[in-house]
Design a protein around this ligand. Sequence first.
Ligand SMILES: Cc1ncc(COP(=O)(O)O)c(C=O)c1O
Length: 376
Amino acid sequence: MTYANYAATSPELSPAVAKELREYVGGTHLNAARNFEGLEAGATALRARRAVAELFGAADPLRVIFTSGATASLNMAIHGLVRRGDHVLATGVEHNATARPLEGLRKSGAIELEWLRCDREGVLEAQTVRKAIKKNTRLLVMSHASNVLGTMLPAAECFLVAREHGVWTVLDAAQTGGVVPIAMGDCCDVLAFTGHKGLGGLAGSGGFALGKEAAAEMRPWMRGGTGSASDSLEGPSFLPDKFEPGTQNTIGALSLAASVEEILREGVEKIRERECALTARFIAGLRTMKKIALCGTGEAERSVALVSVVVRGCDAGEASRRLFEEHGIVTRSGLHCSPLAHKTAGTYPGGTVRFSFGRGTTEGDVDAALEGLAAL
Ligand SMILES: Cc1ncc(COP(=O)(O)O)c(C=O)c1O
């Protein structure tokens, strides 16, 4: 089998991560902050917070909050930051994890929502952000890279513009976490990440990293027992407890601790370089095929390791099915939970066949994917 669907999920845990998880499963499982013995679970989470903070250049590990993934994190950030009457900006390539909560708020009359125009390749200009900001603009949500087009968006530049105008900034780093160097710096208020893609952790793990001001401003979207400040019906205002009610996913945090530490040892720059080379090889091969229309910028350096194509004369679902059944190549077809990106690219409603590469991908896999496509 040739797996080319890393943008959906990383199918394998590294041997070192798997070993740690096996040891954990064979041991005792206690709840963090609920009893004295549960200290170890809290320590595991802290180890993961430290690794994630280092990876994203976040100043304080206690401002790394764990959730079930990017969807939960984006919902928490959006609902925690917007107020009735706000004007909210998001880009024309957002995933439904962002688009649906925002559209829900718009439909209920709570917010005014504006989609920032990207060109057909998914490119967004910082000027577009500047022009869209109004008096009541409060929030800008942006994908760091489109999960359909692969195109990386100029988040730092756009966030600087937003911050100049006092607009809160939320970055969806689902497609870039662990594979593209990220420095959260001063201008990103909330960085949402997922564990099961580039970070190499378990599905159902992920979270968000918060800037200091956003940590104070953001309301918890979910409340419950934390094992702390239990005399208060409001819940704690300190971190991470403010945003982590209920029993936490300790094995998920452990998977993140082990996998992110591994990424830090290897170096994200090195991972990025390797994935760029694989993507460039794939794009070069695609350019020789007349029946393939390539989406996105067609430049590996401006993209994550993800390429969407349209096979002329062949439905995307049918092409993906044949790639798997006839050649053992795993891709993803359709709209990839982002109808907005397809409308931007002009591939709506037919969708595309998406090839995406990751830590287990070899040059041989890329060539096999190209051969499968050529044979369609
Ligand atoms: C850009 C983007 N945002 C959000 C998500 C949702 O992530 P999660 O699976 O962690 O909820 C995905 C997953 O496909 C994604 O690609």
